[in-house]
Ligand binder design. Structure first.
Ligand code: GDP
Length: 340
């Protein structure tokens, strides 16, 4: 085992467990993957230790295409993913779907996870579907999702889809952990109606106007043209080939255009890889995640510090009463923490 000889038993146990799980994961066992993600999502220190040992042991294995997909509730995300997933499986690929639902962190209820979603896909042995981790801050959800992506990749999945509802900052978080980011929209309605934030348009590589079928086909085509026009006004990304980002229509229901959308995504990824851009993007994503983790770690160490906890109420009272300037108060609290 990799644990040093003098390691405390807990670490040795974590390393043992991690070694066993790593072997099963690399063999593509879905139950091992589910277990590994559960460990990574857990707040129990021994679970976290095992998850960390596992991720270390797995290193950077696997080479999945990571795709982010966002859209408002009801736009057709699960219908689209089910069609896409089945199509990818028919092409001989293995597909993992991870959901990120920031609403469950805040309210305990979930927009994405409550109903039974992706019925057909969930019965496929070549698919793996994982609902959103609930509870905790967005930062916590980001870390757990990032780890889940790494675990799916190590388990040999060819495609990892990270799905999110467009709530708060979750689209940005998902774009920061994927190679290609697609936005699903409904026909008709302006950006405001669809809750599309300006910044989200700017991070989208592909805008898909869904429900382009039946009565809505024409509206969908017009909406798509509107978005294509809006995208042309955005600054072109120097690393992307001509014509990106782009917009297309799909019907998740009839599955028209779904695999064509996938071919677009794969083509963009191939172009970026050929230019070394995928690796660069992943490297800068890793650097950013590292800085975030560091900041989060410092914050929680600060909050957990007993000396700080003993001092903080008095300092805060002094700030409230005006006896102490906020800057001086913060400096004092930090000083108490850093001196230890
Ligand atoms: P989600 O909340 O974004 O996951 O949306 P769902 O996939 O659950 O779809 C919401 C509703 O829209 C369901 O009733 C779907 O049947 C319907 N829907 C999804 N995609 C399409 C489509 O391409 N065309 C039509 N007409 N309806 C669709």
């Amino acid at each position: 085992m990799t644990a040093p000889k003098d390691a405390p038993p807990a670490d040795a146990a974590a390393a043992d467990l991690a070694a066993g799980l790593a072997a099963r994961l690399r063999a593509g066992e879905r139950r091992a993957l589910a277990r590994a993600i559960t460990l990574a999502e857990s707040t129990r220190p021994d679970h976290r230790a095992t998850a960390t040992a596992l991720l270390e042991r797995l290193g950077g294995t696997g080479d999945a295409l990571r795709v982010g997909l966002s859209g408002a509730p009801g736009v057709g995300k699960s219908t689209f993913i089910e069609g896409l997933g089945m199509g990818l499986i028919a092409r001989g690929l293995r597909v993992a779907v991870l959901a990120v639902d920031p609403s469950s962190a805040r309210t305990g209820g979930s927009i994405l996870g409550d109903k039974t979603r992706m019925d057909r896909l969930s019965r496929e042995p070549r698919a793996f579907i994982r609902p959103s981790p609930s509870g905790g801050s967005l930062g916590g959800v980001a870390r757990r999702t990032r780890e889940a992506v790494a675990l799916c990749e190590a388990a040999g999945f060819d495609v990892v889809l990270v799905e999110t509802v467009g709530v708060g900052q979750s689209e940005f978080m998902v774009a920061e952990m994927t190679d290609v980011f697609a936005l699903l929209l409904s026909p008709g309605g302006g950006d405001e109606l669809q809750g599309v934030k300006r910044g989200v348009m700017e991070i989208a590589d592909l805008i898909l106007v869904n429900k382009a079928d039946g009565d809505m086909a024409d509206v969908a085509r017009r909406t798509c043209a509107d978005y294509a026009g809006a995208l042309r006004l955005l600054r072109r990304r120097p690393h992307d080939p001509e014509g990106w980002p782009r917009a297309a229509t799909v019907s998740a229901l009839t599955e028209a255009g779904v695999m064509a959308a996938w071919d677009e995504i794969a083509a963009l990824d191939a172009a970026r890889r050929a230019r070394g851009w995928r690796a660069k993007r992943r490297a800068s994503q890793a650097a950013q995640a590292f800085r975030r983790e560091l900041e989060e770690g410092l914050k929680s160490a600060f909050r957990a510090d007993p000396q700080v906890a003993a001092l903080l109420p008095d300092i805060e009272r002094a700030v409230l009463s005006g006896a102490l300037a906020p800057e001086i108060a913060a400096a004092r609290a930090l000083d108490a923490f850093l001196r230890r």
